[in-house]
Structures are given as structure tokens and as C-alpha cells.
Design a protein around this ligand. Structure first.
Ligand SMILES: [Ca+2]
Ligand SMILES: [Ca+2]
Length: 269
């Protein structure tokens, strides 16, 4: 009995020394009012694209058992005007992750985003939060970006409620290692049910906005089709708006091809 008591006291001491078990979580904030891509993008004119619909406010990834729960918050309450059945409709979010695996990282992103990562910021995994059914998203990736099919992970069900879009994936689908040490980038786009032949469900940005087209870019694909993303340290500081503009800066050739594609970075906790 005495021995048992001593053991349990030792056990308690060890637990106190080790400190509480910290939840594995990564979270970022993003400043408001920067839902304009490189600086001048405008929303489509249809009333379903409410103010703030694409304005990223926050991101979190929490490990719960063998799952990774992702949540993205926006500066507008979510609605489902197109009857997608998941509590939201107009948004689509790409979460690019640089895990510990150094081999096989991609610097190019999925077609329709028109951005690339810098040489040190390649991604291994991309979690897509879309109001479309999982099998529609995966079949789009398989047919339009087959090179990425093993790197894309789509939750079985993605839901919108309040201002938050959430989805959960198997941690094992992202790979081994410590997710709090990984790099992340979160790109807000719009769910396009009738995408361009080569685009993975993304909505285009044109020179002038239209009923279902963003404006402020170009009519070719030299402009980034990213409406908001995390920048700098991901704290939500206003200075991160300038960091975003720098990352999304681009140049076009006279024929409309890309002279300098927007080049983005990973953000770390
Ligand atoms: Ca924002
Ligand atoms: Ca931003």
C-alpha cells in the first residue's frame, strides 16, 4: 500500500513536471477588408455574393484523436442560395499544407488558382473545403489535375454554419509528424459549379466583374484567382494586408500569358 502510494505520488510528480497535455492546434487570423486578391479585385454582382463572403477571418486545425478538424471563418454569415445542402454555397477554400515529407512537394497549385508557391514553400497535401459532394471534388481533381490526386484530401462532409466552414479528415491522410510544425496556406475562392474546362471548381477573375465573375484582374490566366489568403505571421495584423498584396503581385505578357505568376508562401504557427 505504501509502495503503491509512493508510486502514485511519483506518477503525479512526473505529470506535473511534464505539464498539461497540450492540444495539437494551429490557428491563424486574417485582417478584415482584404478580400480583394492583389489589391483591386471586386465581387461578382449577383446578390448571393454578399459583402464579406470571401473575407477570410480565421483558420484552425485541431487534432482530435485520429482526425484533423479544419475550420475557416469568414466575415459574413453563410447561406445556401443554391441548395447545396451543406449550409453554404458560394465559397470554396483550399488549405495547402507543407508536411515534414521533403520529397515530392509541388510548387504549382491546382488549376484555376493561377498562383504558385516559392521554391522553399512547396506543398504535400491540400485539403479542399467545398459545398460540392466529396466525389464531385475528387473527380474534378482526378480529371483536371491527376498529378495531384494523391495529395488532395476532401472531407466526407463539409458544413457551413454561422460564419464557419468546417470539415474533418483522417490525420493519417495528411501524413505522420507534428502538424503544429507544418506550414499552411489558406486560399479563399468561390465554388463554381460550371467551371472552365481546365479549372477545378474555381470561379474566374476577369477585368470587369460580372454576375458570376470577379473583376479587377485580367481576362486571361496571368492573374491570381485567389480572393483572400493568410499572410505574414497570420496574426490578423493590418500589416498582413500589404504582405498579401506583395505575394499576389503578378505581371502579364502582352499576349495575356503570365510573365510573373503570383508567388505565395507557407505560414507557420
Ligand atoms: Ca481577410
Ligand atoms: Ca488576407
Amino acid at each position: 500500500m505504501k509502495k503503491l502510494l509512493r508510486l502514485s505520488i511519483l506518477g503525479l510528480a512526473a505529470a506535473v513536471l511534464a505539464g498539461p497535455v497540450l492540444a495539437q492546434e494551429v490557428s491563424f487570423k486574417d485582417p478584415s477588408g482584404d478580400d480583394f486578391g492583389p489589391g483591386a479585385y471586386t465581387y461578382p454582382t449577383d446578390k448571393v455574393y454578399k459583402n464579406g463572403s470571401f473575407d477570410l477571418a480565421g483558420f484552425s486545425m485541431k487534432v482530435k484523436g485520429d482526425k484533423a478538424d479544419f475550420q475557416v471563418t469568414l466575415n459574413s454569415s453563410l447561406e445556401d442560395p443554391w441548395g447545396m445542402g451543406n449550409g453554404f454555397a458560394v465559397q470554396m477554400v483550399f488549405i495547402f499544407i507543407q508536411t515534414d515529407v521533403k520529397e515530392g512537394r509541388f510548387t504549382k497549385t491546382l488549376p484555376g488558382l493561377n498562383v504558385q508557391f516559392g521554391p522553399e514553400d512547396g506543398w504535400n497535401k491540400c485539403v479542399i473545403l467545398s459545398p460540392q459532394p466529396q466525389n464531385r471534388v475528387m473527380s474534378e481533381v482526378e480529371s483536371k489535375a491527376s498529378w495531384a490526386k494523391n495529395a488532395v484530401v476532401v472531407p466526407v462532409r463539409t458544413r457551413g454554419a454561422g460564419r464557419a466552414i468546417s470539415g474533418s479528415v483522417d490525420l493519417s491522410a495528411l501524413g505522420a509528424g507534428d502538424p503544429t510544425k507544418w506550414g499552411y496556406q489558406v486560399i479563399v475562392q468561390s465554388n463554381e459549379g460550371f467551371p472552365d474546362a481546365g479549372d477545378v471548381l474555381t470561379r474566374k477573375v476577369n477585368e470587369f466583374e460580372g454576375q458570376h465573375r470577379f473583376g479587377g484582374g485580367t481576362d486571361t490566366d496571368c492573374d491570381p484567382h485567389a480572393i483572400d489568403l493568410v499572410a505574414g505571421k497570420g496574426t490578423g495584423d493590418k500589416s498582413e494586408i500589404e504582405e498579401q498584396k506583395k505575394m499576389l503581385a503578378y505581371e502579364c505578357n502582352p499576349d495575356g500569358s503570365a510573365k510573373k505568376l503570383a508567388t505565395i508562401t507557407m505560414i507557420r504557427k
